[in-house]
Design a protein around this ligand. Structure first.
Ligand SMILES: [Zn+2]
Length: 93
């Protein structure tokens, strides 16, 4: 009976494939866990609060209200920048 590769559990679609070259020169793939960065404000670059830090596969399973703050510009601009936008639009009216 063929021996099952002990790294077999690492070989799944949930992990990211990274091309590697083995010592013998042949091309192999290393399986790495997908890393996520925090969502940042599009104006000032500050980290956004209330945003999940999941991988893409876990993110799609969330409800819409769990993905970003439920307000105007929620998930795009931080609270300070949103406040500034509201003020500027009110001043220009
Ligand atoms: Zn901002």
């Amino acid at each position: 009976m063929a021996k099952r590769n002990e790294r077999y559990g690492m070989k799944k679609k949930a992990l990211k494939r990274v091309a590697k070259r083995s010592i013998g020169g042949s091309k192999t793939f290393a399986y790495r866990k997908e890393r996520t960065s925090a969502a940042v404000c599009n104006n000032c670059g500050r980290e956004l609060h209330g945003m999940p830090r999941f991988t893409s596969t876990k993110y799609v399973r969330l409800a819409k209200s769990e993905k970003r703050p439920n307000r105007k510009f929620g998930g795009y601009y931080c609270a300070n920048c949103t406040r500034e936008i509201f003020r500027n639009t009110a001043r220009n009216v």
